[in-house]
Design a protein around this ligand. Sequence first.
Ligand code: C2E
Ligand code: MG
Ligand code: MG
Ligand code: MG
Length: 277
Amino acid sequence: FDAKQQGLPLRLYHADIHNDLTRRLEIEQGLRRALDQDLLTVVLQPKYQLGSQQLSGYEALVRWHDAQLGTVAPDVFVAIAEAVNLGKKLDCWVLKTVLRQVKVWRDAGLQPKPVAVNITAKHFSDPALYEFIQHKLNLLALPADCLQLEITEGVAMDNSPTILDNLTACRHAGIKIAIDDFGTGYSSLSYLTSLPIDYIKIDKTFVQQLDKGHNLSLVKAMLAMAQAIEVGVIAEGIETAEQQMLLTELGCEFGQGYFYAKPTSFSDIEQQLTVTE
Ligand code: C2E
Ligand code: MG
Ligand code: MG
Ligand code: MG
């Protein structure tokens, strides 16, 4: 009787771990296949200048629907990609896909605003990253400022010389850099102020609690800090008119979120580009 009572949760525990590992392995294998066979897609989420309500750029976000696994969320498969050394391959696939699309649009006479691509943590310390980007830009005859990069706070804090080299090279070429999910890591402010970056992106967890009266002083402090070190601020995850109004009043310059626009397919973005020209 006793053994049964203790054995059951133990068995469940093993079953959970087993299922979790199986799922991770399936995702890893599926992702390798998807990368090789171009089965991923990229959507673009518009970013706006809050005061003027003008479009200022896009963020590229990867999407994956697998025939067997169904739709897998990017934070799930990006984390697995990073863990099994596929981060670089994924980033390069997204970079290539975005730059090709930008090239097609520019050749058609359209003028898309800059597209920001997320780069996985480890890849940003790879000296080949900047060369890969420059090579693609040259090949497609694209100006560097059509591309921006988003890196997480953790990357920027990892005091490695190759990270600083990548930051410096990109910035010198005119590729703007944003620190993503700002406020969720453990940044040393003195180190952060020394980095060559262009924007911080206030994490959506802070933005979304704003209209409930939370985090107001924290967001104010981030905006004051950004102003002091002369970097721009982008608020992510704006979902309500109230959040948008508060952020505008506080002097936040840029924002993105469902309130403005959801991540959108290339073909729908193309239609918008065609209409506004
Ligand atoms: P992130 O870079 O911080 O991206 C912002 C996330 O917030 C996206 O989730 C976006 O769809 C979502 N979002 C945008 N507006 C709103 C809003 O108003 N409300 C809410 N609740 N969410 C909003 P997504 O696409 O699921 O991506 C999750 C994370 O996965 C990203 O966070 C990024 O870290 C990673 N990721 C996504 N695409 C890529 C990619 O192409 N490459 C790399 N390396 N990482 C990516
Ligand atoms: Mg991002
Ligand atoms: Mg973010
Ligand atoms: Mg995030």
